[in-house]
Design a protein around this ligand. Structure first.
Ligand SMILES: [Zn+2]
Length: 122
């Protein structure tokens, strides 16, 4: 089934930009989990949202299934990337990022304050 109109008003996939990526360490700067730190589990670039480990937890009442016993489970819900800042291990705080090209042509994100390269380790 094709759902028409569900992506109306959203940017095209190649236009969607996000300063956070999967496996990034981020700091929450707004909302009920302000000040919390966590790892990015998933990013939805077109919606400008991301799921961060342990942040914005919601309670889900689940039915028992062969895979889980059911009951009330807490899981992280997506939050807007404007509420997130990339964490710089050198500055020990959330920072703004700049883009830089290395000598071998790879694009990396660097801390605007100290110039440290911020890329999650594989
Ligand atoms: Zn820094």
């Amino acid at each position: 089934m094709i759902k028409r109109g569900i992506n109306k008003g959203l940017p095209k996939p190649h236009q969607a930009k996000c300063h956070v990526r999967k496996n990034d360490l981020v700091v929450v700067i707004a909302g009920k989990d302000k000040g919390k730190m966590g790892k990015v589990l998933k990013v939805f670039p077109r919606r400008g949202r991301a799921i961060v480990e342990g942040v914005n937890l919601v309670k889900r009442h689940t039915k028992p299934s062969p895979y889980s016993s059911g009951g009330i489970i807490e899981k992280p819900a997506p939050l807007h990337v404007s509420n997130l800042m990339l964490y710089c291990p050198k500055c020990k705080r959330g920072v703004k990022v700049a883009k830089k090209f290395l000598d071998d042509g790879t694009k990396v994100r660097v801390c605007k304050k100290c110039g440290e390269i911020i890329e999650p380790k594989e």
